[in-house]
Design a protein around this ligand. Structure first.
Ligand SMILES: Nc1ncnc2c1ncn2[C@@H]1O[C@H](COP(=O)(O)OP(=O)(O)OP(=O)(O)O)[C@@H](O)[C@H]1O
Ligand SMILES: O=C(O)[C@@H](O)C(=O)CO
Length: 420
């Protein structure tokens, strides 16, 4: 069996790839649907898309293209990876993409499993929690693009998809994989298309993996990948070997932060105390992006002689972000920031920068796309779900962090604990 993963953003893709490798499945990741093939020995192939917040039809088209390519590579089981905080709107894209993938595979049922307990995401009675808060009471309610104001996964899913949803709860999961399999079969006869799975801890994910070994399409965050990989792999020793190819290399490093999540705000504040930092002004991104990007690169060059790499950040807290969005518009300001970071990345690469530490899923997508990174090895894990990765074709290493991932020291640890 070969697993094909379709991930709706870049950091989400490295997140799941990291868990697959750590749990024994050699994995290769591609940025977008590739034209060439070099994945022959991998047991899992991850394709990262940028389909989380684009128009639903675009997300469907991209996801189906990825599915068909993965089928051509011999994949026979599929995993639609979205955010552990279910980032989406009433229009999608989780629902429409899930429906399209099910239809293409000729299947009528899948699971919804965003839980990732190691990072504080759990599902109980079908409600998604972030640490000790309901999703809708967590910082995710202020997300710049996909604010999450409901926590009930049955409601969230049925609002954006065509079919029916139900829950298999934690007490059923406690009874083991056979009971879960039976429940799935019963729910199928009742016409239930999306089965929300509770998971409070890793054992629940292992039970899910065992129960879902044969399911053609599963959907979820990266936690379920722990269960699937363990259920599939026969030996753990592959993990250390697989990580070696992705260890960091390269001479010059920069930290780029475009995430406004609570955790990234904390990480930026911590790092600013110990390393050179520069706050990106949205107004300048809108006014004169090209000359502003040159200025920022000059600043990075002038501040690269220290032990820790310089930080460029657009990261703002909820209040600042609201003010910026009111002044310039949400879409306009976030696009301006992304274009600025693309210009900075292009210029730094030209000037010889080879190590990029990036915060934010969209921001990571922009940086990786600008660098022309299309395929890479998954390296050692910096924090759960965040590995160093190394381009297969160019001497470039990246650490791509989802908004809410990592601890407060993440930016420094990525450098000090993994010397190039
Ligand atoms: N100061 C700012 N003003 C307006 N928009 C901003 C600002 N800083 C960042 N942004 C935009 O907010 C968006 C943040 O999305 P991104 O995916 O990078 O981070 P995230 O949502 O926290 O991460 P993840 O998707 O991994 O959870 C980007 O489009 C970015 O350009
Ligand atoms: O699942 C998560 O939380 C992350 O992999 C992610 O997708 C954030 O962009």
């Amino acid at each position: 069996m070969r697993l094909g993963v379709i991930a709706d953003d870049f950091t989400g893709a490295t997140d799941i790839a990291s868990f697959l490798v750590q749990n024994g499945l050699p994995t290769i990741q591609y940025n977008g649907v590739p034209e060439s093939v070099d994945s022959l020995s991998a047991r899992a192939i991850v394709i990262s898309l940028k389909s989380r917040s684009c128009p639903p039809q675009q997300a469907i088209d991209q996801s189906l293209a990825a599915l068909r390519w993965l089928q051509q590579q011999g994949c026979d089981r599929f995993y639609f990876k979205y955010c552990s905080t279910f980032d989406s709107t009433a229009q999608g894209n989780i629902g429409p993409v899930t429906d399209a993938l099910l239809a293409e595979l000729g299947e009528s049922q899948t699971v919804i499993s965003p839980s990732l307990p190691v990072n504080g995401r759990t599902v109980y009675q079908g409600y998604l929690f972030v640490a000790d808060q309901l999703l809708s009471e967590s910082g995710m309610r202020h997300h710049p693009v996909t604010p999450m104001t409901d926590s009930n996964l049955v409601r969230l899913m049925t609002r954006q998809a065509q079919g029916k949803a139900a829950v298999i709860n934690a007490s059923q999961l406690d009874k083991g994989a056979d009971v879960v399999r039976d429940q799935l079969a019963t729910l199928k006869t009742q016409g239930i298309n999306y089965v929300v799975l509770d998971a409070l801890h890793e054992q629940h994910l292992l039970t899910q993996g065992e129960a879902l070994k044969e399911m053609r399409l599963v959907t979820g965050g990266s936690g379920l990948a722990i269960g699937i990989a363990r259920a599939w792999s026969t030996a753990q020793q592959n993990a250390a070997e697989a990580e070696w190819a992705g260890r960091p290399q390269g001479q010059r490093a920069v930290v780029i932060s475009g995430s406004c999540s609570q955790m990234t705000n904390r990480q930026v504040n911590t790092y600013r105390q110990i390393a050179p930092s520069f706050e990106v002004q949205v107004e300048r991104c809108l006014e004169d992006a090209a000359s502003y990007a040159d200025e920022l690169c000059d600043w990075v060059a002038a501040n690269s002689q220290q032990a820790l790499a310089p930080l460029l950040y657009a990261t703002a807290d909820a209040q600042q972000l609201q003010a910026i969005q009111q002044q310039y518009g949400a879409a306009r300001s976030s696009e301006a920031v992304e274009l600025l970071f693309a210009a900075v990345t292009r210029e730094l690469k030209a000037r010889g920068w080879q190590r990029f530490i990036v915060a934010g899923g969209e921001t990571s997508g922009v940086v990786a796309q600008t660098l022309g990174v299309t395929a890479f090895h998954i390296g050692p894990t910096i924090s759960p779900g965040v590995p160093w990765v190394r381009d297969i074709h160019q001497p470039l290493s990246l650490a791509l962090k989802s908004g809410n991932f990592g601890d407060e020291q993440f930016f420094a640890r990525a450098q000090t604990e993994f010397s190039a």
